[in-house]
Design a binder for this molecule. Structure first.
Ligand code: LHQ
Length: 261
């Protein structure tokens, strides 16, 4: 069974983590296939938005803990190797993809699985889903960007509690805390997430990529630097075909037909 399912329809590349018997936990093969799918999303102009989700009852349980022989007396393992070769490049790929990434969290998102969801641009979750910083339960540190995303999204007090206690945060609380965008009824998740992804796929793709750039630069930026960056990005956006189309459509009181150019 393929560990990642990929399908392209109406500009949306849907990527489904597909190891349901392991709650879609990551092994090296799943990392490699996900990397290939994200590279395809970047390179193919037909792909104008990505939808990431999981098969079965979970979104992703993080690293597959049955992959390694970690037991008292077993030889030590350098986990930095796995972060350096798999998880960190994955988070960078998601953030740097110049196209919007919607994440439909269909069930529990634990460990790296939770933080990979947070690396996406718009996160919708099924009401029965939950977010677990499971790392501390096995003596580890939140990774895959968790120590960066969490305090920025929910503030240090709540971030620290999530990381130290490793308790599950419900989808509704995740919305109330500002961790994710939306919680929806379980049965409506995929319809709603696909509708959002499709509407993004019909949008001004270049502009979206520039919006991502601006927001990602913001946390480490001064207002002065951010104003300069906005000026530079707006220059690029203003040179796009979609900007011309957007203004023409507005003036002609019609729906714009953006081409992503
Ligand atoms: C699993 C897993 C799993 C394998 C559930 N692996 N089988 C990066 C670099 C290198 C190394 C270390 O890690 C990292 C990043 C990380 O992600 S570290 C964090 C790794 N993930 C976890 O610690 C989460 C472990 N799982 C859980 O806490 C729970 O299973 C959650 C909260 C995800 C779901 O709980 P439940 O809904 O109660 O399900 P369950 O615990 O009964 O699990 C169902 C099955 O899935 C079970 O197998 P079984 O054969 O007994 O039915 C679990 O063993 C298996 N499973 N997570 N990560």
């Amino acid at each position: 069974m393929a560990s990642i399912l990929v399908s392209l329809e109406t500009g949306v590349l849907t990527i489904t983590l597909n190891r349901p018997d392991k709650l879609n936990a990551f092994n090296p093969e799943m990392h490699e296939r996900l990397r290939d799918a994200l590279d395809r999303a970047k390179d193919e102009p037909e792909v104008r938005a990505v939808l990431l989700t999981g098969a079965g009852r979970a979104f992703c349980a993080g690293q597959d803990l049955s992959e390694r022989n970690v037991a008292p007396g077993a030889p030590p393992i350098d986990l930095a190797v796995s972060l350096g070769s798999h998880y960190n490049p994955l988070v960078r790929r998601l953030r740097e993809l110049p196209k919007p990434v919607v994440c439909a969290v269909n069930g529990v998102a634990a460990g790296a699985g939770a933080n990979i969801a947070l690396a996406c641009d718009l996160v919708l979750a099924a009401r029965s889903a939950g977010f677990v910083q499971a790392f501390s339960k096995i003596g580890l540190v939140p990774d895959s960007g968790g120590t960066w995303f969490l305090p920025r999204l929910v503030g240090s007090a709540r971030a620290m509690a999530l990381a130290l206690l490793g308790e599950k945060l419900s989808a509704d609380d995740a919305v109330a805390w500002g961790l994710i965008w939306k919680a929806v009824d379980d049965g409506a998740l995929m319809t709603e997430a696909l509708a959002v992804a499709k509407s993004l796929a019909e949008g001004p793709t270049k502009g979206y990529g520039l919006i991502k750039k601006a927001f990602h630069a913001s946390p480490g930026s001064t207002l002065d630097a951010q104003l300069d960056l906005e000026r530079d990005l707006q220059r690029q956006a203003g040179l796009s075909e979609d900007y011309r189309e957007g203004v023409s459509a507005f003036k002609q009181k019609r729906k714009p037909a953006f081409k992503g150019k």
